[in-house]
Design a protein around this ligand. Sequence first.
Ligand code: TEU
Ligand code: CA
Length: 556
Amino acid sequence: MTNDWWKNAVIYQVYPKSFLDTNADGIGDLNGIDKKLDYLSDLGIDAIWISPVYLSPQVDNGYDIANYRKIDPMFGDNKDIKKLIQDAHSKNIRIIMDMVANHTSDQSIWFRESCKSKDNYFSDFYIWKDPVDGKEPNNWGSNFGGSAWTFNKTRNQYYLHYYGKQQPDLNWENPKVREAIYDVMRYWKAHGVDGWRMDVITSISKDQRFLDNPNPHNLHYVVANQNNGPRMHEFIHEMNQEVFKPFSMMSVGEAPDSKSKDARLLVDPKREELNMVFTFEHMHVDRVPGNVNGRWAIQPVDIVQLKKTLADWQDNLDGHGWNALYFENHDRARTPSRWGNDKEFRYESATAFATVLHGLKGTPFVYQGEEIGMTNPKFDLKDYEDIELRTNYQKLVLQEKTISETDFLKAARKISRDNARTPMQWNDSENGGFSVVKPWFKINPNYKEVNVKNDLTSSKSVFKYYQKLIKIRHDYEVLKDGDFQLLLPDDKKIFAYLRDNGKNKWLVIANLSGYSQQVDLFDKFHINKVIIDNYKLDKRTSNGLLPYEASILEIE
Ligand code: TEU
Ligand code: CA
């Protein structure tokens, strides 16, 4: 096995809480993932990224870790994860764990000790500052609303938290913190873990001047210079030398504010930092730029911008690193509901977006439920659970009144994180086969129609389409090493590009609209073969594309 196995891989993300409950407590568990390994193997994926399963009070669904070495009892125990890793390995599936290294839970022993005094081993594990004029050290706001500083009476100081006040940020300036994190990562390597998804890794280095934010009300700038801090590359390189490189672990970092030129520095193999990063840039193409309401200021998806952004990442990383490709994850909404059409063209729009993503150069990530075209649930405000949604609602609708409740709800139904966190829909039995009891979070009411069992027997199976896309990626080198060239950059509906490695020349093309489109491009190429088509055409006879039609064509 070569070290860069991930270049030829498709990675499946499991959000364990919502995947499958096997002990009737309404919460998905590790055993539930183990039970579905054959299902995943059948889909053809190479690795599973498991969102955090460590001991956690679940304020942010596990992205608030109280003990990095212990599996939370709600998910099982350390033996269960060992078994899961072994069983996965026996099916040639690798396991990627999620490392939240920017912050811990306030229930972590590290933080509890840190709170006690200014001179114990853990005192400097977090970022403590004296009050300034009896108030917060600066005007930074947390991503989850309110100040990014919370006062602690015992120390008579404030601690910093980019997210909830229950998620204190670790002090990466302290070498003991860095060593403690690397040690945790080695501990899991000893359990057989193959790689890491690094949560908000670009936030770990803080500008030690702690300057005021020039625009504190703009949600886009909650914390001034939150990402890409002065020592970020140094810390990530150190992590690489201490963990990734010696133990051959794959790494994919979450990089919220990175542009492609920043990403190049993070993923250039010569620099020995990360293998890949998740960009946020292409996920902002339905956001009103510069609005005070940040991600809640939505607009219709701008396909030209989407293409431009993805092409920019393809071009700028080419020869300098590798892309992580995704549209969905546990922080993103369902693509057919967000950018496609989940009513008339659920199958077509799900598979069209999948085609344009999987045809790109990089490693595709598939988020649980994406492979059956799950959709946003369109809940009422009271049904949402997510800390980000609730705290942002407080701040924007109730306190600052910069957005109306109606518009906030409209945005929540389109883009909120909870859209992807509803229980996995396995079949049409009660609770969608996810659990025999009431699930921890409301299931999407459409589960009777949209579920794995139905999908597999449908003539329009999203699963089978993904299965085929994944097989194509494994079978044809051109998807891995072929050059990328964007076509029709200004077309508002058609996403088309070439992949060419000298052996094969492929045209990836999709109509990302609900209307048939004429495409002059077809006249320009001689089409040899249809590699895949979501209308199941085996020959291309017309010069048009049907609503959300997508194809990969071998051309000359
Ligand atoms: O996400 C970081 C992050 O920037 C998001 O929370 C962001 O607010 C959201 O995607 C909307 O733009 C990571 C995790 O993926 C997320 O689940 C955690 O809540 C967060 O870090 C804190 O750990
Ligand atoms: Ca359970």
